[in-house]
Design a protein around this ligand. Structure first.
Ligand code: F0G
Length: 475
């Protein structure tokens, strides 16, 4: 038999059985919605958004298989069948012994930190996600980010999510006895959705063993990470994402998981842990706020959706389409000269707002201006990841964030190629008028996590200036 020549086009590996209409708005309606939202896209109503790329968390489409298993959801309070199906899927994929369901990722974090982290401790990570950092700091400990040097210095390094092993070792020596565990986040969301290599995970395991420190994964996007390993790491091309994922988990003592990402569910999460003494502490903590250990704040049908979703996230056809759809967007933007972080991440593409809007200083939040301009232009909602999100210091002062980014995060199995083509058109139009985009200033903001609820206003009162005449003088 001659081998079949592969097709160049990578198709969405599903057909659509159930649809949800999108609501179109006029520019005038979007302008009014932006003003009512205080120019903060978190305050928009979903129905005013055409393409919602705010997050890939809990926003995906369920499969027919998930819906059918959800009908089998067993809502028994203790010992439901749904729990055992969920537990068996998590054990099969992670190889970790004990599985604790939680209502989402940050609940797993809070419970783990409650069991293991004490005041004065130090927890290293390639880059902590906001809630992970907040849960560590809430325990009076310090969260340290140790991204590898290539993450900033090289344009297209394959594993920009790696942890910096030299700095990790120095941290373990400097803070000996005060590091309750080391964590690696796959993929590195706050660092641009970049993957971590199996070699880096294995080297971290070896180092943690030498120092007698446990090692945990923040596994939210473990399947996307496994696919990048399959595509980019020497010797992994013939291995399945499931086999690679098992190797990743074989290196760790436990993991936290938000099933709203690679669990392909709308809600849910879990902790999976080997050490029975840690499990005991976590279960005690769980009952206080989440519920009995066989449901952990979830309905039986949620547990079913996750049990199926974890395998669907590891499906090769799905992963090929998923990663390719972001790469396709990146290629189109590259052609248009639109600045972004490269290579693109697994779940999102990060626009470089500082490079696109060099006339807007960091303390006029170029990422917020760019995100607002993208919404105004085409009804697309993105998320600022820059000095609005990270600039506020505990003492009330402000510091520039490391980068001024706008994240376009893709819900799983929701949008098709024509949606991406439309998005490209929107971004090209915004880019063409970039010099006329004004900065923003804060009208009102809370003292913590201000990016969710701050009210802003364009400097000069309009987002687009017909001719740029003024810089904002209010800050
Ligand atoms: N860890 C990472 C790496 C995450 O990206 C998230 C959530 C969490 C933990 C917390 O999980 O939301 O289920 O409580 N990230 C979402 C995002 C919110 O938009 O990136 P959760």
């Amino acid at each position: 038999m001659p081998t079949e020549k592969p097709f160049r086009t990578i198709i969405e590996p599903f057909r659509i059985k159930s649809v949800e209409p999108l609501r179109r708005t006029t520019r005038a309606q979007r302008d009014a919605a932006l003003r009512a939202a205080g120019w903060n896209l978190f305050a928009l109503r979903g129905q005013d958004v055409l393409l919602d790329l705010l997050t890939d968390s809990g926003t995906g489409a369920l499969s027919a298989q998930q819906w059918s298993m959800m009908m089998r959801g067993d809502e028994t309070y203790a010992g439901a069948d749904s729990f055992y199906r969920f537990e068996s899927a998590v054990r099969d994929i992670t190889g970790l012994a004990h599985v604790i369901p939680t209502h989402q990722g940050r609940a797993a974090e809070r419970i783990l930190m409650g069991a293991l982290v004490h005041p004065g401790d130090v927890v290293p990570n390639n880059t902590h996600f906001d809630t992970t950092r907040a849960n560590i700091e809430h325990r009076g400990a310090t969260a340290i980010d140790l991204p590898c040097l290539q993450s900033r210095a090289e344009r297209n390094a394959p594993f920009k999510g790696n942890i910096d092993l030299a700095r990790l070792e120095a941290t373990l020596i400097e803070h000996k006895g005060r590091v309750p565990f080391v964590m690696i986040t796959v993929t590195n969301n706050s660092g641009g959705g970049q993957p971590v290599s199996l070699a880096n995970i294995r080297a971290t395991r070896e180092m943690c063993t030498r120092h007698g420190v446990p090692f945990y994964l923040d596994a939210c996007r473990f399947a996307e990470n496994a696919w990048f390993i399959h595509m980019r790491e020497d010797g992994q091309a013939t291995r399945s994402p499931l086999a690679i994922a098992r190797d990743m988990f074989a290196c760790v003592d436990g993991c936290t998981m938000s099933a709203k990402k690679d669990g392909m569910a709308n809600i849910g999460g879990f902790l999976a842990i080997n050490d029975p003494s840690v499990v005991e502490l976590c279960r005690a903590n769980l009952i206080l706020t989440e519920g009995f250990p066989t449901y952990g704040g979830l309905a039986g049908y949620d547990l079913e959706a996750i049990a199926v979703g974890l395998y669907e996230a590891l499906d090769e056809e799905y992963l090929r389409y998923r990663i390719r759809s972001i790469a396709y967007l990146a290629e189109r933007l590259e052609d248009a000269g639109i600045p972004m972080l490269t290579p693109p991440g697994g779940h999102a593409l990060y626009l470089d707002a500082a490079a696109m809007l060099p006339h807007i200083p960091w303390n006029q939040y170029p990422g917020c201006s760019l995100a607002a301009a993208i919404y105004l232009e085409g009804g697309v909602r993105a998320c600022e990841i820059g000095s609005m999100m990270f600039g506020q210091q505990p003492d009330g002062t402000e510091r520039p964030a490391a980068q001024e980014l706008v994240r376009l995060a893709f819900p799983r199995r929701v949008y098709t190629q024509s949606h991406v083509d439309y998005l490209v058109e929107v971004l090209v139009r915004v880019h063409a008028r970039r010099e006329q985009i004004n900065g923003m200033h804060i009208v009102r903001a809370p003292l913590v996590l201000r990016h969710f609820s701050a009210r802003l206003e364009p400097c000069g009162a309009e987002l687009y200036e017909a001719t740029r005449v003024m810089a904002c003088s209010t800050r």
